[in-house]
Design a protein around this ligand. Sequence first.
Ligand code: NAP
Length: 473
Amino acid sequence: MKMLLDGQWVDRDKKIEVTDPFDNSVIDTVPAGSKKDVESALSAAVRGFEITKRMTVYQRAQILFKTASIISDNLEDFATIIAREGSKTIREARKEASRCVNTITASAEEAKRILGETIPFDSFPGGEQRRGYYYRFPIGVILAITPFNDPLNLVAHKLGPAVAAGNAVILKPATVTPLSAIKLVEAMVQAGLPPQAVQVITGYGHEIGDALVSDERVRMISFTGGVEAGKRIAKLAGIKKIGMELGSNSPVIVWKDADIELAVESCVSGAFWAAGQNCIGVQRLLVHRDIYDEFRRKFVERTKKYKIGDKMKDETDMGPMITENEAKRVEKWVNDARKKGAAVLTGGGREGAVFEPTVLENVPRNVTIHCEEVFGPTVNLYPVDDLDEAIKEANSLPYGLLAAIFTSNIDVAFKASYELDCGGVMINDSTDYRLDSMPFGGVKYSGLGREGLKFSLQEMTEPKVVCFYLPKM
Ligand code: NAP
């Protein structure tokens, strides 16, 4: 596939192979963008904004509705690309493709709700004979940088609202999974988006990232990815808006009055969805001691039934990790925890890029798999005795994207929802629950700002005040 620069689909002699992590077969290639391509993308985007800022809301919304319909008509093609270039099984990929239709549709709907307000200028002395209002206008060129784990829908979460708001956008997709992102841009252009309104530059973040991020023509960076890249981007960005959707190591409390079957089913899926490569994946399960043994037994039994294998088969529950190196990293973290006293209740094995669904207990509080985001198919169990202790434990690390609690006691649910330090609390769902239109984002190292279409549109527009002085009034 090609990059889209200044309205042209272009290739380069230097290419990057996109491979299927299950068998390392080459699916396609994309050009390795250079600093010269960065300059083309930036100067074209500035010209693109001259077009997009003059498009009406109706035009922008119609393009997005049409894009959603193109994706919907080609759902299986989108799902196949997601499943082949990344880690997801075909069932997981179909769900992502359907969610992408919702994300783009909701972006179109929200385009029609970019509202302003009248301002009561005469509410203070000095405001007499003045009437005015503010409206929200697009901010200019937005740089969207996206990760590999939801290679289509997380791109839609940036391109949908950027287009809805009337911005021009430069997309730099993850190098390992650029194909579904490019296919989304093709659908947008087919739907009538002027090709100058969007640039897609493929290439390694460590080669072209700094030039994109630090350029003053970019007015906002919308980044989803890991904390390390996020820190570098924040350091180089200079004076521009930054939206950061980063990682976490999500805690889930299972209280003594919980529906255990529901909690087990929900948390197994939450821990191993996309082979655990999920920013809201369940990593720390804090289970009340009264039900700990029963929960542990059922959780391990259910995990053992999880089917690993060929991603393209309907019956497969979990595929490989994104690369063999990533699977080796998780293996190292598990072995390190084991050496320091953790017990592996099931899993722990690796074959190539496939790491088994793994459950640990007695995990010391100073090992990496407790403190950091694992971003792999492992989960830690911890017994807890009281709610304050569980909440303190949940809040003890420098991440805070989503947290969750299973309980049938409304007081417990309310207390947890107020005291858990994070961007959202799920009651009787695992942390792996996201509706695309809800405000989504984290506190602490999990991020800055919120996505979720209405909220992205706020971040991607700025208020402009208009004030009329009417001396004859
Ligand atoms: P990553 O390594 O941080 O990469 C994310 C993106 O940043 C890729 O496009 C990458 O390009 C680019 N990049 C890397 N270094 C850069 C630099 N110096 N300048 C500019 N761009 C740079 O993350 P990942 O491994 O793809 O994704 C996993 C992480 O994303 C996890 O931490 C996960 O929690 C987080 N995530 C968060 C959310 C959320 O909504 N909060 C959702 C999904 C994932 P290359 O691919 O070329 O390196």
